[in-house]
Design a protein around this ligand. Structure first.
Ligand code: BES
Ligand code: MN
Ligand code: ZN
Length: 502
């Protein structure tokens, strides 16, 4: 898809659809002739549409417009909240673009009232224009037929056009990172082994001399004491790998951030086997890792002045004669012993070692992203991630970064009174809580057991994002989320990385 900037009046544009945001007082005379404006208003009236947030309508264009179709985007009352306005723009545009597919529209023209609207427009364009077609000829054909070929974004003048072009370039690059993550998550486990993740990580490292990579295989991970991770990996024939990506800025880094992504390339549950309906989608269990890779693919362009580590302990969780068992006591890098009550609570067992390793890097903050619990999805549904952590300022940074992107995040507590429910009588911690409820929280409390405190009780700022819900869309709850991987988290991490250095 070609995304172009123009500064001619949009009324003069030639396209298959001309798209304009709803205007104040439903007066379109700033954009079109009196007659055309009146016809648009009449069509809107017919549709009982006043430009409210979360809606958009497509009309047959009145005479005098150089396009067969015209669309009005509902964005609500602009003033109240800028982030909400941008998200309205993304969603309303996506509604039109999905409609446009039906009509095999190949060229659109859209009005960006201000340069700050350009990024959300590009985001919506690229999020909707993504297709995962690798394994289906029919899908590939559909994508070829129905994908948008050209979008022209109209801004008000020459100076604005120059700024807008920069915005397009940057946002386009960022969305390429989102697409990488979506591709990795969509890829079935038959095509997405730990080794494939390693190859993807190596490809990224090759793109920049500021990024380096180290990879540990099973033997090497054993020497480095990744005992929890290796216990989970034991049931699978796939060789497990620990991936460690390092980004170093040109100047001496002001701060160091560690990003950990859960990397279970398939989660069968292990000997605590999942029922089929719960196993169907478990290729997505490396989405945290894929999000970290998506972000790393962008670091050469973002060029933040902080050091960033990306850690993915990648393996499959499978049952076999050699698999770890319910009841087993498993060593970890930290020295703490985990009593495994349920082999399906495997993510936290692998993350325990990743968190311990992350702390040896002496970072200023650690953020882990993990498709950790079904309980989080039960609590929040499928568009919000759960956020947990020991640092209010880090949590706030993540929440604000997410808000800018329209990615939903809800902060959960880590109540002291639930801690005892993950304490074990046989080992140190148990991998499922003795309490049957609050599973997303008790999983986070388990992770927190691996965040060490120094003599005066201080710990590294750590945040955990349970992204089990929003990384994969089963239904288009959000207009720019089609079926499959959403790339959730990459755009939030971009903002986090940019803000963290400040
Ligand atoms: N990978 C799953 C969590 C998950 C569920 C991700 C749904 C995406 C969608 C995780 O490893 C898991 O199986 N968690 C268990 C924990 C339980 C055994 C304590 C769960 O949520 O059922
Ligand atoms: Mn599991
Ligand atoms: Zn899992």
């Amino acid at each position: 898809m070609n995304i172009l900037i123009a500064h001619q009046p949009i009324a003069e544009a030639t396209a298959d659809i001309i798209i304009v945001p709803a205007q104040k007082n439903l007066d379109f005379t700033q954009i079109f002739s009196k007659e055309v404006s009146a016809r648009i208003v009449a069509s809107m009236k017919k549709a009982v549409f006043t430009g409210e947030w979360g809606r958009a309508e497509l009309f047959i264009a009145p005479q005098g417009v150089n396009a067969p179709l015209i669309a009005v985007l509902g964005i609500g009352k602009e003033a109240d909240d800028e982030d909400k306005y941008f998200e309205g723009l993304r969603r309303a545009l996506a509604i039109v673009l999905m409609d446009a597919r039906v009509h095999m529209v190949s060229r659109i023209a859209i009005l960006a009232p201000s340069v700050s609207d350009v990024s959300p427009i590009v985001e919506s364009l690229m999020l909707t224009n993504y297709w995962f077609t690798e394994h289906s000829k029919a899908m590939a054909q559909d994508a070829h037929m129905r994908s948008l070929k050209e979008a022209v974004i109209h801004v008000s003048g020459e100076k604005e056009a120059a700024l807008a072009k920069k915005e397009v370039k940057k946002t386009h690059s960022i969305l390429r990172g989102v697409e990488l993550t979506r591709h990795l998550v969509n890829q079935p486990a038959s095509h997405m082994s730990p080794n494939v993740l390693v190859q993807e990580a190596k490809k990224i490292a090759k793109t920049s001399k500021n990024i380096s990579i180290t990879v540990l295989n099973r033997k090497q991970a054993q020497v480095q004491k990744w005992f929890g991770f290796l216990a989970v990996a034991r049931g699978s024939k796939e060789e497990p790998y620990v991936i460690h990506l390092k980004y170093r800025p040109k100047k001496k880094p002001k701060k160091t951030l560690v990003l950990i992504g859960k990397g279970i390339t398939f989660d069968s549950g292990g000997l605590s086997l999942k029922p089929s309906i719960h196993m169907e989608n478990m290729k997505i269990d490396m989405a945290g890792g894929a999000t970290v890779l998506g972000l790393f693919s962008l670091l050469p362009i973002l060029a933040p002045d902080i050091a960033i580590h990306g850690i993915i302990a990648a393996c499959e969780n499978m049952p076999s004669g050699d698999a770890y068992r319910p009841g087993d006591v498993v060593d970890t890098m930290s020295g703490k012993k985990i009593e495994v009550l349920n082999t399906d609570a495997e993510g936290r067992v692998t993350l325990a070692d990743a968190l311990t390793y992350a702390q040896t890097l002496k970072p200023d903050a650690i953020i882990d992203l993990a498709t950790l619990t079904g309980a989080c999805v039960v609590a929040l549904g499928e568009t919000y991630a759960g956020l947990f952590g020991n640092s209010q300022s880090l949590n706030t940074l993540i929440k604000e970064s997410a808000k800018k992107t329209g990615e939903g995040v809800v902060e959960f507590p880590l109540p002291e009174e639930y801690r005892s429910t993950v304490q074990s009588m046989i080992g140190d911690v148990r991998n499922t809580s003795a309490m049957k409820t609050g599973g997303a929280i008790t999983a986070a409390l388990f992770l927190q057991e691996f965040i060490e405190k120094n003599k005066v009780g201080e710990a590294v700022p750590w945040a955990h994002m349970d992204i089990a819900g929003p990384v994969y869309a089963e239904m288009p709850l959000i207009p720019y989320w089609q079926f499959g991987a959403t790339g959730y988290g990459v755009r939030t991490l971009v903002n986090v990385v940019e803000e963290f250095g400040k």
